[in-house]
Write a new protein. Structure first.
Ligand code: G3I
Ligand code: 9MR
Length: 567
């Protein structure tokens, strides 16, 4: 036998040996991988101590050996775990982390542009959730489907009736994205979702200008992400009543659809109740849209800012029109009885865009704090936009205050990273492991990235990277939470198209809601603990649904990392 053959056999055997000896996935890490120069951490269960090794899967060689960190306990998963830090390994390649008693991780890669495909897929997910259009095979592959929900006939619901538009009036309200696993369109949740995607573009335009998504508009010479966002903005504009500027809370069927494809649902659609929350979300988003679209489509941009101002005026006139779910409507409520944050956010965006002091002066920015963005708490988005524009604001604003707020929030999150056994920001229990916890960690990352942008301190950037590791596998469930990505992704998300289309693989690029102990769906869970109550099953809409507001901070996070980390 020649030497080459011999080496090949040894390599094959040692590889198979490692495969059988060590259970894969026991050691948790980012199942996609790492940039050469970024921190690289795996989580080893138990308190076994000793050394871990990193194995090159092509040669079978051990390329890195080091001691585990001292174990720490994580109350959210009821475990003790030790971190394995192999940040010094920078050589591109495919690897696994092993520990002789704990087992092995899945394979992962070290390379440049490691998240490029994920970046595209996380935006393309919105294309897959487009209402009122066929998805053609050339863009959608095996997830092609006929048009659903034309929404050119939408009835004014009793709750939305006005003199000009009495109950039963037909309006046309096409396009937009389906909110989530369901087929309805909600103004409130559209607000934060659309904003976060626009912020990604506003902060990193060079990155997004060259990112091609293979969507129907890809050849039109405009950045694809802006075409995708436009699909939802076009819908949102139709949700404003032209007679008074108020915005309908949602366009919806009366009940959730069954497990069917979009074109198979024929139930009537209704525009339901104008709400202050929906209207303020609209105002904020349309004010931002002016800034984003003015150079590509000034006619649309002018329409957007005019609509934003009218919406603001309506909200000021109707500050307490809280959404109340009518008795005959069962779909998502997105109810919220504290709208001071929505007022703050809309005021900030209108101020930034128009430079009119009246919007800044409408709110007392000196007295308001930051926090973590969510669909019901949008005040931090005001600070995100103010921070981005801080060098171009008028004398009315206070730049020191803006920077201080962003840094305060970044520091609070870093404290949790220090405390956390997993080295991530999740842990402020009640607030973090809630329905859509993966959206929470996405929004933690969004805020960390703002602190990095303001200070240039890489500690914030590294914490955001660690949070992406969590989403992609460095978590107590062992799942990569994004469909189609990683060795153990969700296969049965609560997403009607994925469940009804006959494909084995779900629509890719969606982050699922993530672990939280509420169990509001009554499914059988393997655990009651906050960080492990998760089920990859259709049944689990409280942990395994997808939603536009959870994908958006993921899009932002990945785009930012690609922007900062790729050569
Ligand atoms: O506000 C309380 C908080 O005070 C308390 O500490 C915490 C403890 O669990 O609960 C908080 O309320 C939660 C609320 O979300 C705010 O986050 C509720 O328990 C929780 O049931 C509620 O979940 C919402 C869910 O709809 C049910 O209404 C999710 O945020 C929201 O993302 C989700 O949205 C649905 C749409 O309605 C329909 N389309 C799908 C979409 C995603 O599942
Ligand atoms: O499918 C619905 C999902 O999109 C929502 O987030 C969730 C909570 O509002 O409700 C789901 O619909 C369920 C309904 O509430 C109760 N019956 C079972 C439905 C799912 O199969």
């Amino acid at each position: 036998m020649n030497m080459k053959k011999f080496i090949l056999i040894v390599i094959t055997f040692s590889y198979l040996f490692i495969q059988t000896l060590y259970a894969q996935g026991e050691i948790k890490l980012n199942q996609i991988g790492f940039y050469p120069d970024s921190p690289k951490i795996a989580v080893v269960p138990g308190d076994m101590g000793g050394e871990f090794q990193v194995i090159d899967v092509e040669t079978g060689e051990t390329v890195y050996v080091s001691a585990l960190h001292a174990p720490k306990s994580w109350e959210f998963s009821g475990e003790q775990v030790s971190l394995a830090d192999f940040s010094d390994l920078t050589m591109p390649g495919r690897y696994r982390v092993i520990h002789e008693t704990a087992g092995s991780s899945y394979e992962f890669e070290i390379s440049d542009e490691i998240f490029r495909e994920l970046s595209k897929a996380s935006i393309k997910a919105y294309y897959f959730n487009r209402a009122s259009t066929e998805l053609k095979e050339e863009h959608a592959g095996i997830w092609a489907r006929p048009m659903g929900h034309p929404d050119n006939v939408v009835y004014i619901h009793e709750s939305a009736a006005s003199t000009e538009r009495p109950e039963g009036t037909v309006i046309s309200s096409p396009k937009g994205w389906y909110d989530a696993g369901d087929y309805n369109k909600y103004a409130v949740n559209s607000g934060i979702s659309t904003y976060t995607l626009m912020a990604a573009y506003e902060h990193f335009p060079e990155y997004y200008k060259q990112l091609s998504l293979n969507i129907p508009e890809s050849e039109n010479g405009k950045p694809d992400i802006l075409d995708e966002i436009r699909w939802n903005l076009d819908w949102l504009l139709t949700a404003q009543d032209p007679h008074d500027g108020g915005v309908y809370h949602k366009v919806t069927t009366k009940n959730f659809a069954g497990v069917v494809m979009p074109h198979e649902t024929t139930a009537d659609r209704y525009a339901v109740m104008k709400s202050t929350s929906g209207t303020l979300n609209f105002a904020a988003v349309m004010a931002v849209a002016y800034r984003i679209y003015d150079s590509y489509d000034p006619i649309f941009a002018a329409k957007a800012i005019a609509a934003a101002k009218r919406a603001w005026d309506w909200a000021v006139q109707n500050p307490e029109q809280y959404y109340i779910q009518p008795p005959d409507i069962q779909t998502g409520a997105y109810g919220d009885r504290n709208l001071s944050d929505e007022f703050d956010w809309a005021a900030a965006e209108l101020y930034i865009t128009t430079r009119e002091a009246k919007y800044w002066n409408a709110r007392n920015f000196h007295e308001i704090n930051v926090g973590i963005p969510s669909w019901s708490y949008v005040r931090p988005l005001a600070w995100v936009s103010l921070a981005h524009h801080r060098d171009k604001l008028t004398a009315a604003s206070d730049i020191d205050l803006i920077e201080q707020r962003i840094i305060e929030q970044g520091d609070e999150l870093l404290e949790e990273v220090q405390r956390s056994a997993y080295g991530i920001t999740m842990g402020r229990y009640e607030r973090d492991f809630v329905w859509g916890s993966n959206g929470v960690i996405g929004n933690h990352s969004l805020m960390l990235l703002q602190a990095y942008r303001v200070t240039g301190d890489e500690t914030y950037l590294n914490a955001a990277r660690a949070n992406l590791d969590y989403i992609l596998g460095r978590n107590a469930t062992g799942y990569s939470f994004v469909t189609g990505f990683g060795s153990k992704p969700p296969m049965f998300p609560h997403h009607r198209q994925s469940a009804a289309d006959g494909n084995v693989d779900p629509v890719p690029g969606f982050v699922v809601g993530g672990p939280q102990p509420g169990q509001q769906d009554g499914c059988e869970y393997p655990s009651d603990l906050p960080a492990t109550t998760f089920l990859d099953h259709w049944c689990s809409y409280s942990t395994n649904e997808v939603a536009i507001n959870w994908n958006a901070p993921l899009v932002y996070l990945i785009g930012a990392l690609e922007f900062y980390s790729s050569p």
